[in-house]
Design a protein around this ligand. Sequence first.
Ligand code: SF4
Length: 575
Amino acid sequence: MVVDGYQKMIRVNLTSGKISVKEIDKKFAREYIGGRGFTAKILYDEVRNVDPLGPDNKVSVASGPLSGLFAPGGGKTHFSAKSPLTGGFGDSNMGGLFSAEMRMAGYDLFVFEGVSKKPVYLYVENDKVEIRDASHLWGKGIITTELEMKKELGEEFQIAAIGPAGEKLVKIACIGHDYGRQAGRAGIGAVMGSKKLKAIAVHGTKDIPVADVKELVKVAGKMFDDCKKHPNFGAWQKYGTSQVVKWASDEIEALPTRNFQQGKFEKALDIDGTTMVPRNVKLNKSCFGCPMACGKYAYIPTYDKYVEGAEYETLALLGSNCGMGFIDDVLMGNYLCDEYGIDTISAGNIIGFTMECSEKGIIKEKYRFGEKEGYLDLIKKIAFREGIGDILAEGVKYAAQKWNAMDLAVHVKGMEQSGYESRAAPSMALSYMTCDVGAHHNRSWAISYDVKEGRDKLEGKAEYVIKLQHIRPLFDQLGACRLQWVELEVDLNDYARLYSAATGYKTTLDELLLSAEKVYNISRAFWFREVKGFGRSWDMPPKRYTEKPKVGQFKDLVIDNEKANKLLDDYYRLR
Ligand code: SF4
């Protein structure tokens, strides 16, 4: 029985004010599944040779076919646009409740094009879709905006918004939701800002169509049971990803420290989840339908503020990478990024870079690793483009070109690298080198494979990275979180069964993975088409990978040009 769980899409032209609503095309749905598949296809087909911050760029927002259903972690929302940070393929996803609400309102996809003359937000309540004035919200922080909009519209609305950084076209601007969930990477918040689109508010009361409810409940029930039975379930619920800090530093020596100069941080325990949870965390927060509840809502006594966080990537980049060893300072950095609307990963990378430039006398401004005044000041300066922040708001690659400090900039394709120092981790390094948005971990988190198979070994690494680059994006297409699979070993085949039950399209995991591979190829093709001269040199790692780390047991391991080229040769041959 085919019911087809897909519903409608909304296209909004912000220049003309025209809104059109239509059914999701069946062929498009089957071929691209949803989420990242939908947004990647829109980007590839409809955005050609455009200025990322001009009227012809498009922001698409998609839920997946598992969003809003009884499915573990079915709460992811996907955003895509041509990235103003890299000039290439840009996408990012966030957890929370937004995609579930989209589907309860009857939609799988929103596409925004053109530019509004004044600040606006999109209002969606079931079949009522309107562009509304957002002048009263312009200039306000994301958390403040969300609070005000919920007061105005009702608690039942789910909000995705940008902050002052997005409005000021800061190229690491994020989109925030649910008081602390972000689509952080690739600067899509700035693309929303360029369109004067402050927020999207959505509320729905409809049933989400499901082809086979009995089968869905049976498969999902088993998956929830599998999660809860896993020996790591309790620790994941208690600490979330924050428990990874100490392991990353003291066991595998891959925690980015002081602008990736080393992988071991002497204060790792002080910013690890085992310190943060008893000191700061007040409650666990979950995305739609997730049993893990990895979100940690925390109080910061030193600053009298509340923040959702910090998860591992934030602790690594805003913590050790800036030499910050007091958890309250890191949480405050997290709070400011969330409110102003900048990506914590890129921000921490850029601040670490600035501190190193300052300590080496490349810039005259005084910013020191571990000094909280300069650290918090830089976050504000970047978000509001004040002084030195106006340069840093363009991203680490731009700042490094400006200051003639490219050797210190840790990025690939212009995107600041996320939380694993990878000189002694070839498959993680290759993951960053070949990730289709830049140096980001979510397409392939391969560090554990390096730990298992050998930190210096190159053989077999490319094959493993490619495998992950197809599996992990599938979760983005389904609108589901991958942590239940990565950390609690839920059976991957169960996702194919869930998809079949939800949509009525009988499928297998292999078929779904073919779609994920196609999406990967589209995103790669986008780079070739949009970026002149794109090729191998864009996949090379940062210069820092060729320098020996300052401390630790892997002091002699680097990824020099020979190793990097060998990894790429293997990778290209297998692709
Ligand atoms: S594991 Fe965390 S990020 Fe994933 S769905 Fe659950 S709460 Fe959200």
